[in-house]
Design a protein around this ligand. Structure first.
Ligand code: GLN
Length: 282
């Protein structure tokens, strides 16, 4: 079998041409441009068989990132497995926002809650050498993926096993971020995401339960003046801002993604203790 025949087989299976090219490029360790000029390049039978199997799995809906075992996020090549959510490009917005806030953060101690593959934690560590990055996750197998990524990329992250703030008793941070599960129960979009860990995608009811847990625990783990930044669904901005305000955060605000959809919200802890009292909100 040659490159052109694989692409034809992919087309017959209904696999996106770009996905088939990425698979080929991955196995042949070449660029997609090279493939275009080498349609008659022959594949070893073993490789052709593997690619054929993967094309069938792709046709059945398995995400390309799991087939390749990797996904790029903020310019970092991360290994991913079905134990972790596949990092999404829109989550880079959360990293960008955090990067802008870091120079004025009360300390260089940052925490990524529910780190999954380690994407957010590693992207921040890569952008700001010297940052002390902590990352938690309730899933042991997710943390194993994150640890592997940290090791491979050469970043030292302080990993802790447990849900959200639970493994961080007595610790306070200068900035906190999370991309928690927020898809509402029964959202039809979930049908497209059956290969990813459901615990990384959905939070019961309106999808706000885990966001609420994170906000509820924040005051005990943030330094005065620290920001909490949360990714959420396109229709959850108002609810998340309300949560933040009710928990004593100031400057609650929402940012939109490249598609113009509400995508993350954040707020800042008061600078002084007296700002924490409800009266101070007026
Ligand atoms: N943004 C993802 C999606 O809708 C969901 C990720 C999440 O729940 N944190 O595909």
């Amino acid at each position: 079998m040659n490159v052109g025949q694989v692409l034809a087989a992919a087309r017959a299976l209904g696999v996106d041409r770009l996905d088939a090219q990425w698979l080929l490029a991955h196995h042949l360790q070449c660029t997609r441009a090279w493939l275009l000029a080498h349609e008659d390049h022959g594949l070893a039978p073993e490789m052709a068989r593997t690619i054929g199997e993967q094309l069938a799995r792709r046709a059945a809906g398995e995400p390309l990132a799991y087939l390749l075992g990797e996904r790029e996020f903020c310019g970092l090549k991360l290994q991913v497995s079905p134990a972790v959510l596949i990092p999404r490009p829109e989550t880079e917005l959360l990293v960008d926002w955090a990067t802008q806030l870091l120079p004025t953060a009360p300390s260089a101690e940052v925490v990524d809650l529910g780190t999954g593959s380690g994407a957010i934690a590693l992207a921040l560590a890569a952008r700001r050498p010297g940052l002390a990055v902590t990352a938690t996750d309730a899933s042991d197998s997710a943390l194993a993926v994150a640890r592997g990524n940290a090791q491979r990329l050469g970043f030292k992250i302080d990993f802790a096993l447990g849900p959200w703030w639970a493994p961080l008793a007595g610790r306070r941070f200068g900035l906190a971020l999370a991309n928690p599960p927020y898809v509402a129960e029964g959202d039809p979009h979930l049908a497209d995401l059956v290969h990813e860990p459901v615990s990384a995608l959905t939070a019961g009811g309106q999808g706000l339960d885990e966001l609420r847990r994170i906000v509820a625990g924040a005051a005990a783990h943030l330094q005065p003046g620290a920001w909490l930044l949360l990714e959420h669904g396109h229709d959850q901005g108002p609810a998340v801002r309300e949560m933040l305000k009710a928990a004593g955060f100031f400057l609650a605000q929402t940012r939109t993604d490249l598609a113009g959809q509400d995508r993350c919200s954040g707020g800042r802890m008061p600078m002084f203790d007296q700002e924490l009292t409800p009266e101070a909100h007026g």
